[in-house]
Design a protein around this ligand. Structure first.
Ligand code: RP5
Length: 165
C-alpha cells in the first residue's frame, strides 16, 4: 500500500512463520480494496514493539487490528489490553497441538478486554479480513457495496445440485 493511503487495518503476527496464514487476511482486504499494513509484533520476543504499536494505534488512525499468533498466543490479548481499537484474534495452527492451544490462549479473555476470536488457521484469517471489512463498511458506503458484491458472488458460486465429480 502506498504511503499516502490511510491505513485503517493493522495485521500483526507473532512470527514470520505466521505469515502464510495471516496472508489470507491480507489477501481478503486487498480483494476488497481496504488499505492495511502487516507487521511482525511478538508478545514474547519484541514486547516493546507490541507496546509501541498498541500505544500509537488510535493516534495513527487504525480502526481494526487483526492479530494472529500460535502456541502461547498472547499477542491478541496483550494488544487488546493496550488499545481500545477492536482486536480480531486469529489462532494460528500449530504442529504440537493443532492450534487448539492458540485458540484457548486467545479465546478466554477476562471481562473488560475482549478479543473477537476467529476459527483456527487459514479460514479464520480470511474471515478476520472479512470481519474487519464489515466493521469499516458500517461507515463506508463504497466498501459496503464491494463487500455486498463479494458476498453475493460467493453465494452465486455455490452449486445447488451435488455432482459425483
Ligand atoms: C508464536 O510462536 C508465533 O505466533 C508462532 O505462531 C509460534 C512459532 O513461532 P516461530 O518459532 O516459528 O518463530 O509466537
Amino acid at each position: 500500500m502506498g504511503d499516502d493511503t490511510l491505513i485503517r487495518v493493522g495485521i500483526i503476527m507473532g512470527s514470520q512463520s505466521d505469515w502464510p496464514t495471516m496472508k489470507e487476511a491480507a489477501d481478503m482486504l486487498a480483494a476488497l480494496d481496504v488499505p492495511y499494513e502487516a507487521r511482525i509484533v511478538s508478545a514474547h520476543r519484541t514486547p516493546d514493539r507490541l507496546w509501541d504499536y498498541g500505544k500509537t494505534a488510535v493516534g495513527r488512525g487504525l480502526q481494526v487490528i487483526i492479530a494472529g499468533a500460535g502456541g502461547a498466543a498472547h499477542l491478541p490479548g496483550m494488544m487488546a489490553s493496550k488499545t481500545r481499537v477492536p482486536v480480531i484474534g486469529v489462532p494460528v495452527q500449530t504442529r504440537a497441538l493443532s492450534g487448539v492451544d492458540s485458540l484457548y490462549s486467545i479465546l478466554q479473555m477476562p471481562r473488560g478486554f475482549p478479543v473477537a476470536t476467529m476459527a483456527i488457521g487459514a479460514a479464520g484469517a480470511a474471515n478476520a479480513g472479512l470481519m474487519a471489512a464489515g466493521i469499516l463498511a458500517l461507515q463506508d458506503d463504497a466498501l459496503a457495496k464491494r463487500l455486498d458484491d463479494w458476498r453475493a458472488a460467493l453465494s452465486a458460486s455455490i452449486p445447488e445440485i451435488p455432482t459425483d465429480d
